[in-house]
Write a protein that binds this ligand. Structure first.
Ligand code: PHB
Length: 401
């Protein structure tokens, strides 16, 4: 039976007899049957599996599956099917990739992604089609700000959150003159914006914001400029392979000891092995840290290591929590994906027992969470202190707030 042929009782029978009717027949499964486990719940994973953010995407994927495997491979009693797309952290392909998952694969939930520009393409597709979306990393402000919507959730952070916290930490230390450095796209701009807001609120001044295009890693001109400006310290947002190179180049340029480098914690999360000595002593702010010593975190780290044969990091935590949020929503309705209002209500009021510490969601559907100050010691981002407690993104422009 071709995809476009209308499904009648006769064509359905014919296709079942032909042994090819599973997909067509599933369209006829009544709601109550689907809810008790007839059809699988389809999750569309749109993540980077290649490029600068490949390791981030992989950890999100593995940890999301871990959370579901811990529930017997089921959500709300129904088995789960995964449809996976490599988004390559390429915003230009974002809409097409997301549309495939929604229109062709008919996924029940879109899950993704890492890169803010790609995530905003997913937000548009989810909004246009009224598809449920959970963002397990990308911090784009608009997703839980101007473009917020009942069907859009995030289990990670906004770019503003770690930046704002670091601004507060540095101004609290009496620092006055900073330079910021990042990639020139939403994540970098918003991270530097959050930092600036925190830093200037206490009288600090950002003398210059230096940027280069994503995902470029030719940092020499920027390092030369930093050396010429001589700020008291440098704030930065980089992640993945770009963060590895920036930290190494900064040390190699001889700046590490004269102009301290701080940043949003992505700078040193999941990257320490590759950064080696160049990262030692760096301080960053993030909603996760090593040495939290929470029972949930200890159990998660052991389970992730066993499942993925890698150490957990912030990305794994966010993917795991996307799985936990799905379980909270679908558990309430026993897997009945048509009970949309109830799913959303359950997700909105969930208290997620995250490895990072428990968190709830704001009215805009972004985590309200402690932001930790951490310091690199060996291969760990050791917990130092809580930089800002229960920090909520301002959710500017969100009409749900
Ligand atoms: C983003 O694009 O929002 C982004 C990417 C990588 C990170 C954090 C944020 O580690």
């Amino acid at each position: 039976m071709s995809k476009s042929e209308p499904v009648t009782r006769r064509t359905m029978l014919k296709s079942i007899l032909a042994g090819a009717g599973v997909a067509a027949a599933s369209a006829f499964i009544p709601r109550c049957f689907a809810a008790v486990g007839g059809a699988k719940i389809k999750l569309g994973l749109m993540l980077p599996y290649t490029g600068t953010y490949a390791s981030l995407g992989k950890n999100i994927d593995d940890a999301l599956r871990l959370a579901i495997a811990e529930r017997g491979g089921r959500l709300g009693g129904r088995e789960v099917d995964y449809v996976v797309v490599d988004d390559e952290s390429e915003p230009a392909k974002g809409a097409e990739n997301a549309n495939k998952l929604v229109a062709r694969d008919k996924v029940d939930f879109l899950i993704g992604t890492v890169h803010s520009g790609v995530a905003m393409a997913m937000v548009k597709v989810a909004t246009d089609n009224d598809t449920m979306l959970i963002i397990p990393n990308a911090g784009a402000a608009a997703a839980t700000g101007a473009a917020c919507a009942p069907n859009i959730f995030r289990t990670s952070f906004t770019n503003w959150q770690p930046g704002f916290a670091m601004g507060k930490v540095m101004v609290g230390r009496g620092q006055k003159r900073a330079v910021s450095v990042s990639w020139d796209y939403a994540a970098g701009r918003e991270s530097m914006g959050g930092f600036k807001e925190g830093f200037t609120s206490g009288g600090g001044n950002v003398e210059k914001e230096l940027v280069l295009a994503f995902p470029q890693v030719e940092f020499q001109a920027i390092l030369t400029e930093i050396a010429a400006i001589k700020p008291q310290f440098v704030y930065t947002f980089f992640a993945g392979a770009g963060a590895v190179k920036f930290v190494k180049d900064y040390a190699a340029a001889g700046l590490k000891n004269s102009i301290p480098l701080v940043g949003a914690g992505f700078l040193t999360d999941g990257t320490l092995q590759a950064q080696g000595d160049a990262a030692q002593g760096l301080e960053t702010t993030l909603h996760y840290a090593d040495g939290l010593n929470l029972p949930k975190d200890n159990a998660f780290r052991a389970a992730f290591k066993k499942a993925a044969n890698r150490d957990a990091d912030v990305y794994a935590v966010q993917g795991y929590d996307a799985g936990q949020l799905l379980a909270a929503g679908l558990g309430t309705v026993k897997g009945d994906t048509s009970a949309r209002k109830e799913i959303i209500a359950a997700m909105e009021k969930a208290e997620i027992d995250s490895p990072r510490g428990k968190f709830t969601l704001s009215k805009a559907h972004n985590p309200v969470q402690d932001i930790y100050l951490r310091k690199v010691t060996g291969l760990e981002n050791r917990f130092v202190s809580v930089a800002v407690k229960a920090l909520a993104d301002p959710a500017r422009g969100c009409k749900l707030v």
